[in-house]
Structure formats: C-alpha cells, structure tokens
Design a protein around this ligand. Structure first.
Ligand SMILES: C[S@@+](CC[C@H](N)C(=O)[O-])C[C@H]1O[C@@H](n2cnc3c(N)ncnc32)[C@H](O)[C@@H]1O
Length: 432
C-alpha cells in the first residue's frame, strides 16, 4: 500500500490508540519497527499506573501484566510491517524470556530471526554475581522468508566516500607493486604512471578500460617529484556502497553513555535519563534499509526520540529519504513521583549494583521513575535538574518533539536534505 503522507510523524499519545488510528493509512508500509518498551520492575504501583493491572502483582502475575500490556501493541505493530519488514524488540534480562515467547506467539516462531546482543556498558560495579553489561534485541520478520540479510558497513580500513553523488566503497590499496611483504613505510601501491613499466602493457590497457567505465578512479598520491613538481596517481577501485557490505555481527557494542552524549550535543543534556545511543539505532536501521533508502521506520515507545535521529543519520550517510513514525505518550517529565512511590537514584544504584553492576552508568544526582525504565536502566526518567532546564518540558513527548526539531536542524547544518516532520496530538489523528 502506498503511504499517502510522505512526511515523518511525531505523535503524542498512548500508543495503543495512536497505532489503531494510524493503521488504516500505514498498514503494510513499515520496513523496520524498533521498540524499547518500559520494562517490568515488579513494582505493584507501576502496574496500576502503567500497565493497568487491578492490584499488586508479583512474580508470574507481574509478568502477566506486562505481557497483557505488550500483546495488543505487538499485534498492531505486525500489521504495520511490509511483508519483508522486521521488528526489533530491545529488552533486558528480566523480561527477555517472556518477551521472546510473546513475540513467537504474535509473529509465529517460524518468523523469529534470532536475538542480537547489545553490549551497552563496560567495566566494574559491585555486581553480586557477575557484571552484566548487555541487553537483548529479539527479531521477527512479518514473513521471515522474505527478510533480506542484516548488513552493515565494512570495517576500516575499508572506506566509503560520496563520489559524484553516489556512496562508494573506496579501495586505494588493491593494485600493488608486487605481492608479498613490504618494509614499514615503503609505498606498496603501484602508481598509475608506473603500471606499464612494472606490470606490462596488458595491465595498463586493463586499468585504462576500467577507468573509462568508472570502476576505477585516479587520485593524486604522495609527494611531488622534486624535478618536475608533478604528483603520481594511485588507482582507486570503486564499488557502489549497496553492493559493499558485511553481514551484521550478532554482538553490537555501543555504550549507552553515548546516548547521553547525543543529547548533550543537541543542548538537551541532563533532562532525559538513559536514551539509547543514536549509533546503535543507526546500525539497526541501516541493517535492514541499506539498499532501501525510502524505507519507513516506526518506534512507538519513542522516549527521547533517538530513533528519529538515527534515521536522519542513516539518510545523511547515503543521501536516503527514510522516514520515521514516532509515538510517545504525554508522560510527565517530572522530578517527583508521588503517584508511583518515586525513589531516589540511590535506591536505583543499589538495585543496579545488586543485579548487574551496571549502576556504574547510573551514577549521578538523579531521581528515577521506576515505571519508565527499560532494558536494565531507568529510561524515560528525569534527572534532577538544579538549573531548571527540564522545566521547559512538561512531558517526555514535548522533550521528544524538541529533540527531533533540533536533530533536524543539525542534520541540515551537516548538509542533509530538509526533514519534513509533522507533530501531532492524538486528536489530530483521523486525518493522518
Ligand atoms: C525505555 S523508554 C524509550 C527510550 C527510547 N528508546 C530512547 O532512546 O529515548 C520507553 C518510553 O515508552 C514510553 N511509553 C510507555 N508507555 C507508553 C504508551 N502506552 N504509549 C506511548 N509511549 C509509552 C515511556 O514514556 C518512555 O518514554
């Protein structure tokens, strides 16, 4: 189905209602769903407030409440996916097994694509058992048979450049003077001007033909000749980026601390605790949209809006036009949590230290909102903000919208195409 609205969207509202309203216009149009839902803290107050359970819930009952909250949302998410679409479900240890079985039920186990590990932290902490610095990202395809392999850029020394408006893998070290070992500092590249003398006329003719076809390119290289002042040229081999990838490795290492730095870079630091890092989301989004620069990406637990910035970053790299659909409830961005029995960061650090030692990331003067937490951290939470910066944002959805605006400006400043975004409330939805 063709999406009638070519803009990206940021919608404020409860995702269940918003997804239902968006579905008619967006059914079968989304290539990637990424979600980082609030995690199950086992706190009875949380269930009453957040997941709608009627009373205190512990143990299996607490999982049941979380699963009841998630199931209809996952079922809707599936309806948004294209036949080759993929859902990424980011989750911590506590709910991982339950989330995976829920996903199998909604998508069918035969559509499971496995689980990625996100290494989010490194280093110590006072772990009682062991230091846990990772989360899980479970994957399902709408139809696993139709999902393309997950890919990523080739690692350095491979290098990508945009040449004549096209993203290319550039290899400047494939044409060698001779095979075998080279002394340190010795130039091993065979310069274009030396090809005939070293490798013969046939090789020169072959290289010229590939220069003419655009597979190769000459680039001035090294110091000018003292006698003539002329520089020689290296021969570069160009491969279109869409044909030059590696398979994604199942362990992805991007520190969660980078997520806070991403917000700092937009002048939004110290307001929203534990956003996911943009780079992680960029890797996930690109892994399924590398050759699909018009893809639509949906995140309906948007938090600080990391996914939107990741989509922009992917577009900046390859000139793509990917769009994002974000949904975030108007949860107060607050510094006191009377309704949920809010606790101070000291309490969270204790929990983290006992559980997994990842509290090293959680240090600081914080108050946490237990219900907003996910994947091993109190995400969706508010740092106590002595300077009052968070006073500018009444809700997480306000914060998310401002982050998306600022990221769009930064994207354009970096040379990206203008980002068309509509910011909507739940009431605007019948028109979407
Ligand atoms: C773990 S955070 C997501 C963080 C996000 N990945 C980021 O990088 O900033 C989960 C978010 O889901 C939001 N949320 C929880 N229940 C929701 C609902 N029913 N509808 C929409 N958003 C919801 C919370 O307010 C919180 O911001």
């Amino acid at each position: 189905m063709t999406d009638p609205n070519p803009d990206s969207l940021v919608v404020e509202g409860d995702n269940l209602a918003v997804l239902r309203a968006l579905l008619p216009a967006h059914r079968g149009t989304v290539k990637v769903v990424y979600i980082d839902p609030p995690y199950n803290t086992g706190n009875a107050h949380v269930y009453r407030d957040r997941f709608g359970a009627s009373g205190p819930a512990t143990g299996a009952a607490s999982h049941a409440a979380w699963l009841a909250f998630m199931r209809p949302r996952l079922e809707l998410a599936r309806e948004f996916l294209r036949e080759d679409g993929v859902l990424f479900l980011h989750i911590d240890d506590r709910e991982s097994a339950y989330a995976q079985i829920l996903g199998h039920e909604v998508f069918g186990e035969h559509n499971s694509l496995g689980t990625l590990i996100h290494q989010r932290a490194k280093g110590g902490g006072n772990a009682r058992m062991f230091v846990r610095g990772h989360d899980y990202i479970h994957l399902w395809g709408k139809d696993a048979e139709q999902v393309a392999p997950f890919v990523t850029e080739k690692k350095p020394p491979a290098r990508y450049e945009t040449i004549d408006g096209r993203r290319m893998l550039v290899d400047d070290d494939f044409l060698r003077v001779s095979f075998g070992r080279y002394q340190r500092g010795q130039e091993r590249r065979l310069m274009y001007e030396d090809i005939e003398a070293v490798r013969g006329i046939a090789k020169k003719v072959e290289v010229d033909a590939r220069l003419a076809s655009g597979d190769y390119l000459l680039r001035p290289w090294g110091e000018p000749d003292p006698a003539t002042g002329e520089r020689k040229h290296a021969v570069l081999r160009l491969t279109p980026a869409e044909q030059a990838t590696s398979k994604l490795y199942s362990i992805i290492r991007v520190m969660n601390a980078d997520g806070s730095a991403d917000l700092d870079a937009l002048g939004l630091g110290g307001v929203f605790g534990y956003p996911k890092p943009v780079e992680l989301l960029r890797i996930l989004v690109e892994s399924q949209t590398w050759s699909d620069p018009d893809a639509v990406v949906l995140d309906f637990f948007a938090g600080s809006g990391t996914t939107a910035e990741a989509v922009m970053r992917a577009n900046l790299r390859d000139g793509g036009r990917r769009r994002f659909l974000l949904v975030q409830v108007a949860e107060p961005l607050r510094t006191a949590y009377s309704s949920t029995g809010g606790r101070t960061m000291a309490a969270a650090v204790t929990r983290g230290a006992e559980d997994d030692g990842a509290a090293v990331e959680q240090a600081g003067t914080l108050k946490v909102e237990p219900a907003g937490a996910s994947a091993g951290e109190p995400a969706g939470t508010t740092k106590v903000d002595p300077a009052g910066a968070s006073a500018a944002f009444a809700t997480i959805s306000d914060f998310c919208a401002e982050r998306v605006r600022r990221a769009a400006v930064a994207h354009e400043d970096a040379g990206g195409a203008p980002v068309a975004v509509r910011f909507l409330g739940q009431g605007d939805l019948p028109d979407v």
